[in-house]
Design a protein around this ligand. Structure first.
Ligand code: AN7
Length: 344
């Protein structure tokens, strides 16, 4: 087996790269497509798979697009990159900037970023600015800053991000050996659903493309309610976004594919997260569990679902260890076998 080279090299023929693009790679992509062993039983006519994007180098799907965006920034002679982030974009930007020898400025909404993501940005040497505003305001701020300070913007407004992220669709087709009937994924800034739809549209003729189901959190569901949400609220901090940058891309993906964008409650998200961890062995962060929560909601509503369905698990649970606080505390016992036996 040849070693996996990473997204830039593996998909060079389908990405806007050339001989002049630096060969940046943390061996991102090629993430497992894991068959469901338990949740699939709730969906009798469905073959359910999880696209496990938490297996990427920084623990989220952002690495696919970030490697392209940072390599192109380096190719263009940039010395620094900047992004606003609910956390994962920042962690990924910091890692790839470190590897490429670029400076990195990340702008985070104060108090809204999970501990693990913040730790990543700091460890990778990014300059971390915490601003007392929402993610949406932070994104507006970095748009202006990138123009005035001449530093490369690596949010998904950067077209190279979505180009890189579309590669997950190519991998799913390869791993499944056929197009799935549907793909379900969380929607925050709406870049990922836009990118998946682009990938499937490039790879498949119209009638073979999967339905795209995008899931928002009820307290942060601007696309579902049809207008921006000024104070988005949800336990899933990664998708606490009130004015998605790729709003139209998400709407188009859902409508052209015969899918839809809908919302689930925080309770449904946490329930799905617990089931993934306890029944499937997959610890995902809350935002990622929205995909499975959405699928279970569709099943309850009696939406006819059959065939191969892929739920995208966008980020690793270790990024947001606070969610484990809801589970039983460790039990303090004496260091004896008898004490352990009494626990079982
Ligand atoms: C785990 O890092 O927006 O709909 O700034 O971290 O493409 O935004 C993260 C988003 C889903 C939503 N799952 O994807 C950021 C950021 C996880 C995420 C999403 C995010 P988009």
């Amino acid at each position: 087996m040849r070693p996996w080279p990473g997204v830039l090299q593996a998909f060079a023929d389908r990405l806007p790269v050339s001989d002049r693009t630096p060969p940046l790679s943390l061996r991102e992509g090629n993430t497992p497509l894991v068959p469901s062993v338990s949740i699939t039983r709730d969906l009798p006519e469905v073959e359910l798979y999880f696209k496990w994007e938490g297996a990427n180098p920084t623990g989220s799907f952002k690495d696919r697009g970030m490697v392209v965006a940072v390599a192109k920034a380096a190719e263009a002679g940039a010395r620094a990159v900047v992004c606003a982030s609910t956390g994962n974009t920042a962690a990924s930007a910091a890692a790839y900037a470190a590897r490429a020898g670029l400076r990195c400025l990340v702008v985070l909404p104060e108090g809204s970023v999970a501990t693990g993501k913040l730790a990543q940005a700091r460890m990778h040497g990014a300059v971390v600015a915490s601003v007392p505003c929402s993610f949406d305001q932070a994104l507006q701020l970095v748009r202006e800053a990138s123009e005035r300070l001449h530093i490369a913007l690596v949010n998904s407004l950067n077209p190279y991000r979505l180009e890189g992220q579309k590669t997950a669709a190519f991998e799913i087709l390869d791993q499944l050996g056929k197009p799935p009937e549907a793909v379900v994924l969380p929607v925050g800034n709406a870049g990922n659903i836009t990118a998946y739809w682009r990938g499937f549209s490039e790879a498949l003729p119209p009638r073979h493309r999967p339905r795209m189901w995008g899931v928002q959190a009820e307290g942060a569901a601007p696309i579902v309610v049809g207008r921006p949400v000024e104070h988005p609220q949800t336990v899933a901090s990664a998708i606490r976004i009130g004015k998605p940058a790729s709003w139209e891309g998400a709407v188009r993906a859902a409508s052209e594919s015969g899918g839809r964008i809908f919302a689930v409650s925080d309770e449904e998200i946490l329930h799905a997260q617990a089931r993934l961890a306890r029944e499937e062995g997959l610890f995902v962060e809350p935002a990622s569990a929205a995909s499975v929560a959405g699928l279970l909601r569709l099943a309850r509503e009696g939406v006819g679902i059959r065939g191969a369905v892929v739920a995208v698990l966008t980020g690793h649970g270790l990024k947001d260890p606070a969610t484990a606080e809801r589970t039983p505390q460790p039990v303090r016992v004496e260091p004896t076998v008898e004490a352990l036996a009494s626990l079982l």
